[in-house]
Design a protein around this ligand. Structure first.
Ligand code: CU
Length: 168
């Protein structure tokens, strides 16, 4: 009988010790999470978003980034119309490019996603063409400081769908 009581007490003490250990471990984990929480904003990357709609418009006339930044740009087509009728892309032109010249050539380049094959040197970067409800993200290094033009190369869109891309 005495033996049984001793065994029981021992078991009680043991389990009590275990509980304390567990609690300690939990507290440690919490502290760790708190420390790791707020990550510093990364100024090496510029996250840009721009929208195109069924009214043939971009929602921004100007985009500003800093020289040396990596640009992560997302184009979202917030309309409902199909790519074949109201397709949009986002194309960044070199400074020597003429928007109308590129735009008119692009209109004839349906087979190449409306990017004129003989003018690829006028494009710094461009997204693919998307339709309503779609979005596309590209990443590129900001070109050297200066003012550039961006446009949509879908036929007839550049008159309304263009803006300034300013690298500071
Ligand atoms: Cu467009």
């Amino acid at each position: 009988m005495k033996k049984l009581v001793v065994v029981c007490l021992a078991a009680l003490a043991f389990s009590c010790g275990e509980d304390k250990k567990e609690q300690k471990t939990e507290m440690k984990t919490e502290t760790k999470v708190e420390k790791a929480a707020p990550a510093a904003a990364d100024s090496k990357e510029a996250v840009v978003s721009i929208e195109g709609n069924d009214q043939m418009q971009f929602n921004k006339k100007e985009i500003r980034v800093k020289a040396g930044q990596k640009v992560k740009l997302t184009l979202k087509h917030v309309g409902k119309m199909e790519k074949a009728v109201m397709g949009h892309n986002w194309a960044l032109l070199t400074q020597d490019a003429d928007v109308a010249t590129v735009g008119n050539a692009a209109a004839m380049a349906k087979d190449n996603d409306y990017i004129p094959a003989d003018m690829t040197d006028k494009f710094i970067v461009h997204t693919k063409m998307i339709g309503g409800g779609e979005s596309v993200t590209i990443e590129f290094d900001a070109p050297e400081a200066g003012t550039y033009t961006y446009m949509c190369t879908f036929p007839g869109h550049y008159a309304l769908m263009q803006g300034k891309f300013i690298v500071e």
